[in-house]
Design a protein around this ligand. Structure first.
Ligand SMILES: [Zn+2]
Length: 378
């Protein structure tokens, strides 16, 4: 019997790393290299780190993020933000981010950050955006030179607990032809509904701009409903709680409520981050993550990292976990990847280009490699 290399699972790790991947939800301040944090802390005279040994620091970040304590989780960002308050530091972490993603096989990424969190040492918000864009451009050039071409688009994030969203939205528009491809709101969800920032979203829609909203992670359906029906979000950050509007009956048949049906019918992309969702309690485990059911039901599901440092993860690790838990083969991983690229905020022709020139040929090659390995077996 011939085995189908596109369905074979779990997909070998080396092939997952080689597979072209697309990332839509990744926070710049959640993806610093531990060694860079130590070096940057020394440069700026920040002595608040729990340890200056990079390996210990990496372990501390994951331990604090999995502790179940929100205070400890938020403390992790206090450190990454403390060391990214200068143009040089911002450019460095952006350059390293682009390189790390490219070496992990990511061919297109949208990375987000909140300018308002980097003003502690007097940088203006435009200076912050320019430093990050310059860093990404350097990272893209270095990655291409190393044979791992990547395109990075920037999303500007406004903190939902603050009142800066309109000015951040204006900044996103000011820089939209220079690498900023969209806007987002993030931060504590409960008590801070998306409609608090309606002014920013209405402005972006008048400007024909794209945005995503963190919704349906810590908080349920009302947050998702507001993000879509009041604010007009193009995509949902996480959106895991859409599962609350789906019931599966005794016969195993799924029934969608009106909101879940709307999200699926309109092909609204869900930026799911499996490991992060387990850490924050939005999902109980990878094996029971709603991504399995949502994928079976044909929702526009995408796979993402959220905070690579805090979750000790990468796109390859997330894909490997899903391949292991749900038996996803290369065909499934390609489906997630094409979903993500279709949902990107760059123009349609650029999306098609990545799908047709990078993703499809990349996966075809990997299916051939796997087919060869299968026939080599005794
Ligand atoms: Zn996020």
């Amino acid at each position: 019997m011939a085995l189908d290399p596109g369905a074979y699972a779990p997909v070998p790790t080396d092939l997952i790393v080689r597979a072209p991947k697309v990332l839509l939800h990744d926070h710049l301040d959640g993806g610093l290299r531990p060694a860079s944090i130590v070096e940057l802390a020394a440069e700026v005279g920040y002595d608040g780190l729990p340890t200056t040994d990079p390996a210990d620091l990496a372990r501390w970040f994951t331990a604090a993020s999995t502790s179940g304590s929100l205070e400890r989780y938020l403390e992790t960002f206090a450190h990454t933000l403390a060391v990214t308050q200068t143009s040089a530091a911002l450019a460095r972490v952006a350059r390293e981010c682009a390189l790390d993603l490219a070496l992990d096989g990511v061919v297109y990424a949208e990375v987000r950050f909140a300018p308002e969190l980097h003003t502690q040492r007097g940088l203006t918000e435009p200076e912050i955006v320019e430093a990050v864009l310059a860093g990404f451009a350097e990272g893209e050039a270095a990655a291409a030179e190393a044979g791992h071409a990547i395109r990075v688009g920037v999303l500007l994030t406004a903190m939902r607990t603050a009142t800066h969203s309109r000015s951040i939205a204006e900044l996103a528009i000011a820089y939209r032809d220079r690498g900023v491809v969209g806007f987002d709101i993030a931060g504590a969800e409960a008590g801070y509904p998306p409609t608090r920032h309606l002014d920013a979203f209405e402005y972006l829609r008048r400007e024909n701009a794209h945005f995503t909203i963190h919704a349906g992670e810590a908080f349920g359906l009302p947050s998702i409903w507001e993000a879509i029906q009041w604010c007009g979000a193009d995509r949902l950050g996480h959106g895991v709680r859409i599962i609350d509007d789906i019931t599966v009956d005794a016969a195993g048949v799924a029934h969608l409520g009106r909101l879940a049906a709307y999200v699926r019918d309109r092909r609204i992309p869900l930026e799911m981050c499996p490991t992060s969702n387990v850490q924050t309690g939005a999902a109980d485990s990878i094996a029971t993550h709603p991504i399995g059911l949502l994928r079976d039901l044909g929702f526009r599901v995408t796979v993402n990292t959220d905070n690579r440092l805090m979750s000790d993860t990468s796109m390859s690790k997330e894909m490997a976990l899903l391949s292991e838990a749900f038996g996803y083969g290369l065909d499934d991983l390609q489906w997630f990847t094409v979903n993500a690229m279709k949902s990107a905020f760059v123009p349609f022709d650029e999306r098609l280009d990545v799908i047709n020139e990078r993703i499809k040929p990349g996966y075809a090659e990997l299916r051939a490699v796997l087919a060869e390995r299968m026939t080599d077996r005794p």
